[in-house]
Design a protein around this ligand. Structure first.
Ligand code: AMP
Length: 211
């Protein structure tokens, strides 16, 4: 199965770009965080297992992530945009052994800018649509454009959990820059620009690569 990977610090816009790319290429958008939150919302066994881990900002065990992926892969035939996977070297090894990795895009953003973006982010608890009260406002303040539900901050966007997620990013995920660079797969994208500029950059890069 062919795939494109997007990774970067929390708040770097992975989800937004992944969604646009999946629409442009006809690939399925897989966001592990959304899948896990869905299990929590549905009170499944997996949801119970990961609920506290997610709200603390820690990473879920690699093998739980691999099992989750295996359970949904048959639904995605054309290709996949991975958003927020891999986050550890073990996950990157899994990825390159199980998938045909076409591109790895690293969204580069400073910690300061990421904190700013996270604090203005809002999410729909019903349909998971994402908003930003500064740059991506809903039509009606505080209400989801898609389903009309009242928007919330994410449960793990508290200062403590954000701190923990940054720590995880620098301890576990940051080393994937070298990992994919050594494989000659990495394209770095300046993510401090607008959503449109970032998407234009990614699209140009992919079209140069024959997409
Ligand atoms: P996200 O929505 O991508 O920020 O993910 C929310 C939370 O889900 C993370 O803080 C982790 O607890 C968990 N999570 C998401 N993706 C992964 C992954 N690839 N590996 C381990 N845990 C993950």
């Amino acid at each position: 199965m062919q795939c494109i990977v997007l990774f970067g610090i929390q708040g770097s816009g992975k989800g937004t770009q992944a969604k646009r790319l999946s629409e442009a290429l006809g690939y399925s958008h897989i966001n592990i965080g959304d899948l896990l939150r869905d299990h929590v919302a549905r009170n499944t066994k997996l949801g119970h297992k990961v609920q506290d881990i997610i709200s603390s900002g820690a990473l879920v065990d690699d093998h739980v992530i691999f099992d989750l992926l295996e359970s949904i892969l048959h639904e995605h035939v054309d290709g996949i945009i991975f958003d927020g996977f891999p986050r550890t070297v073990a996950q990157a090894d899994y990825l390159v052994h199980h998938f045909e990795v076409q591109e790895v895009l690293f969204l580069e953003l400073s910690e300061e800018e990421a904190i700013k973006r996270i604090s203005s982010r809002r999410v729909c608890p019903q349909c998971a649509a994402n908003y930003n009260i500064l740059t991506r406002k809903p039509r009606l303040e505080g209400v989801c454009d898609v389903c009309g539900t009242e928007l919330e901050m994410r449960a793990d966007d508290t200062p403590e959990a954000v701190h923990k997620r940054f720590e995880q990013f620098f301890e576990q995920t940051h080393q994937l820059i070298d990992y994919f660079e050594d494989l000659g797969m990495l394209y770095k994208v300046n993510a401090s620009r607008s959503e449109q500029e970032i998407f234009a950059d990614i699209s140009k890069h992919l079209s140069n690569k024959g997409f």
